[in-house]
Design a protein around this ligand. Structure first.
Ligand code: ADP
Length: 320
């Protein structure tokens, strides 16, 4: 049994990170284990921005989006010297184990940190992109997809009034999960994702003939990894001659009060991760797969890439 652990949030923030942090902190305190918060991600670990937390430190945060610990991207942590400094800072506070809440990149950083020494490290997938291998859920993805869905619903109202084509650009540089889920749920006509090929000229021809046959509006969801929504919208407008408007949702997708699913799952994973690291488990990431909590080898996550379920792509084509 460890006597002292730390928790940090890293990479892109996501709604529900606070609920996960709260669960880690309160589980540790319940187990009579000291718990420290590393502020501002790996950058804060290097800068020794590390402070002991109490049960009250995590009061009144379960409903808040973002992460009260702060998060950052750190170039220094990518170097071995940076990671050594970070580890030394943790050890200087008597910290014996670490819980990392973050995306693919943060977990990659955690795997490298664990190679340095005997500091047990466990992870929790926290990112709106839902792109962590071996899991079918990441903290924040549910809230984000609902935020996008809300935007699609609103844009649909105005699109139908004006007989417009609306292009909605959503987050997802490498992963089309957000676009695909929100697109299917929002009844989009086309969903463009980095994982699936598409022919924009063909889409324009189809749109034109649909409008000629009386279609009132079209919703096209574009993952940012496919290219600029603005450029795509411009091309569609020019090729079809139909009034086309573009909405880039941007950082709105990261914010907001976390959904029930994100709060509950973050709480469950937070407890599991804290109990594991306290008992000395290392190099495991606790996530959900097929509705159950699974502990996945951190190295497997780092060495594999999650792909978009081809069934979703197929379904989107059938329903469009
Ligand atoms: P996310 O965790 O959301 O995928 P990033 O990819 O930006 O976000 O990663 C967050 C931080 O994790 C980076 O700023 C960096 O400090 C660390 N990190 C990411 N990838 C690596 C890597 N290959 N080696 C070491 N540290 C990394």
């Amino acid at each position: 049994m460890l006597k002292s652990i730390a928790v940090l949030t890293s990479g892109g923030d996501s709604p529900g990170m606070n609920a996960a942090t709260r669960a880690v902190v309160r589980t540790a305190i319940f187990e009579k284990v000291a718990v420290w918060g590393v502020y501002n991600g790996y950058q804060g670990m290097i800068a020794d921005d590390i402070h002991e937390l109490t049960s009250r430190s995590v009061g009144d945060i379960i409903q808040r989006g973002g992460t009260f610990l702060g998060t950052a991207r750190s170039e220094e942590f990518r170097t071995e010297a940076g990671r050594k400094k970070a580890l030394k800072n943790l050890q200087s506070h008597g910290i014996e184990g670490l819980v990392i809440i973050g995306g693919d990149g943060s977990l990659r950083g955690g795997a490298l940190l664990s190679e340095l020494g005997n500091m047990p490290i466990v992870g929790i997938p926290g990112t709106i992109d839902n792109d962590v291998w071996g899991t079918d859920y990441t903290i924040g993805s549910d809230t984000a997809v609902n935020t996008i869905l809300d935007a699609i619903n609103k844009l649909r109202d105005t699109a139908s009034s004006h007989r417009r084509i609306i292009v909605i650009e959503v987050m997802g540089r490498k992963s089309g999960w957000l676009a695909m889920m929100a697109g299917i749920a929002g009844g989009a006509e086309y969903i463009l994702v980095p994982e699936a090929k598409f022919d924009l000229s063909q889409i324009c021809r189809e749109l034109k003939s649909d409008y000629e046959r009386g279609r009132r509006y079209s919703i096209i969801v574009v993952a940012e990894g496919v290219g600029s929504g603005m450029e795509i919208g411009k091309k569609i407008g020019q090729e079809t001659g139909i009034d086309t408007r573009v909405s880039v949702l941007g950082h709105i997708q990261r914010g907001g009060s976390p959904s029930v699913e994100d709060r509950l799952k973050a709480s469950i994973l937070g407890e599991r991760a804290a109990l594991a690291v306290i008992s000395g488990v290392s190099n495991r990431v606790f996530g959900f797969n097929a509705g159950k909590v699974v502990g996945i080898d951190l190295r497997d996550i780092v060495n594999n890439t999650k792909t978009l379920d081809p069934e979703l792509v197929r379904l989107a084509n059938v329903l469009a």
